[in-house]
Design a protein around this ligand. Structure first.
Ligand SMILES: *Cc1c(COP(=O)(O)O)cnc(C)c1O
Length: 437
């Protein structure tokens, strides 16, 4: 049952005196009535800012626009709104205008790693496909802040077709991640068409959708949507809860519908100063997610995007949080903590160190309680030499011999490649060699 509280009713009526319960549970009503100005925000939340504050907020909005669904706004605690995690994620803050020395407009080089508009192809076997340029709510901590409200239009069918064509012509792509913007702001029909077209590509084994609608617009998860999604398995969905307060009756119901449709659910949180930078809070959040059949997938270090400086924590905070999770709670309540490498290097996992030391025969490890223990390496293990000819190997992986070349550290470890070092191309020493040659 969706909850429509007295508070939500009042709030809806401030927006539109004739608003009814069925308006409130209609996702399109929320999109149409999203709050985009400081004046409307004041009116709807029932608070007032000083003229000076308002001027600063408006300056911030001129650079980074605002859009909040009435539903998400209704979760703000009016009594202490300035510290409210919902408020902080949705309402501008003048700190956004302070561009830090290391801030970048596109820290992850998503635009530079883009072979065709809308596609970011960073990893060997998977692509990010930006299928929508808009979101139900503009997160103040958005890493793609540069784009928010900029081209607030749904990509044309031609653009999407070009993306699909790229995937079709790139056999290494076995995993397609639909992102945006929020793919669930597309109509059911448009999404159905996209999933059908991608589904026809033989080498695509799995499709994922990243959406924040279960958090900011849970009414988007309609029965019709879910019925349509069910036709496109294997389909995975990742959502974006950052605070336990976001798990309301309505959002839990949205999650239930998705899970009941057999869609594996994951969550990607962002570690945000003043919002969720607390061990206990993250533990509670992850336990609540698991209770709702959502597997915590990633905890992101906040990116070095312009306007996010005030949200950033040291990486040490994230490591401390991970230390308080592993061992202390169910293993599947522990996400992987990642730093998305500035410059487009992709996600780098970071965690506490568990290997204390290492000798030829023994590995010394520690656990979450501080117990230090020894693992004896086997004396009988014979490492087989791998030349990547699986047909000659006893492990019965009955696949064709591997053709792809290994890259990175995998290559240094391999038996069949003689590379012994990876050297940055602009290494000064290498430069001197070229000068001599
Ligand atoms: C995060 C991301 C992916 C998916 O990474 P996984 O670790 O497989 O979840 C793919 N492409 C880009 C550009 C990404 O940022």
């Amino acid at each position: 049952m969706n909850i429509y509280t007295q508070h939500q009713q009042e709030l809806a009526e401030t927006l539109r005196p004739s608003a009814s319960r069925s308006d409130w549970t209609d996702w399109k009503w929320h999109v149409r009535h999203s709050i985009k100005t400081v004046d409307d925000f004041e009116k709807v939340l029932g608070v007032s800012f000083s003229e000076k504050q308002k001027k600063l907020y408006k300056m911030t909005l001129a650079k980074f626009p605002m859009s909040v669904t009435p539903y998400y706004l209704s979760l703000i605690d009016r009594e202490d709104f300035e510290n409210d995690p919902i408020f902080m994620q949705s309402f501008p803050c003048v700190e956004e205008l302070k561009i830090g020395r290391y801030d970048m407009t596109d820290p992850l080089h998503e635009d530079r790693d883009s072979p065709v508009p809308g596609i970011t192809h960073r990893y060997p076997d998977r692509v990010l496909f930006h299928v929508s340029n808009t979101c139900a709510m503009y997160c103040r901590h958005c890493t793609r802040k540069r784009k928010v409200g900029d081209r607030d239009s749904i990509p044309t069918r031609e653009v999407l077709e070009k993306g699909i064509e790229y995937i079709r012509n790139t056999p290494r792509v076995r995993d397609v991640l639909l992102s945006g913007g929020d793919p669930f702001l597309l109509s059911d029909d448009r999404l159905d068409w996209l999933l059908t077209e991608i589904g026809k590509i033989e080498h695509v084994e799995v499709v994922r959708i990243g959406t924040r609608t279960p958090v900011v617009l849970p009414y988007r998860i309609t029965e019709d949507l879910v019925e349509m999604l069910k036709k496109h398995h294997p389909l995975w969905i990742n959502t974006h809860f950052n605070h336990p307060r976001e798990l309301t009756a309505s959002s839990r119901r949205a999650l239930q519908r998705l899970a009941d449709a057999g869609i594996p659910l994951g969550n990607q949180s962002v570690l945000l100063a003043g919002v969720n930078d607390c061990q206990r809070l993250i533990k509670t959040l992850n336990q609540k997610l698991v209770k709702n059949r959502v597997r915590p997938y990633y905890l992101y270090q906040c990116d070095m995007s312009e306007g996010l400086t005030h949200f950033r924590t040291p990486i040490g905070k994230g490591i401390e949080i991970l230390e308080s999770l592993r061992g202390h709670t169910s293993g599947f309540s522990v996400p992987t903590y990642v730093v998305d490498a500035p410059g487009g290097g992709g996600k780098i996992p970071v965690m506490p160190n568990y290997i204390v030391s290492w000798g030829p025969n023994k590995v010394v490890l520690r656990n979450y309680e501080g117990v230090i223990t020894t693992y004896h390496e086997p004396t009988t293990y014979e490492s087989s030499y791998c030349d990547r000819e699986c047909s000659k190997c006893n492990l019965q992986l009955k696949e064709d011999d591997a053709e792809e070349k290994a890259i990175g550290i995998e290559k240094l470890l391999s038996d069949w490649d003689d590379t012994t070092s990876l050297t940055p191309w602009d290494n000064e020493r290498m430069g001197r060699r070229d000068d001599v040659a």
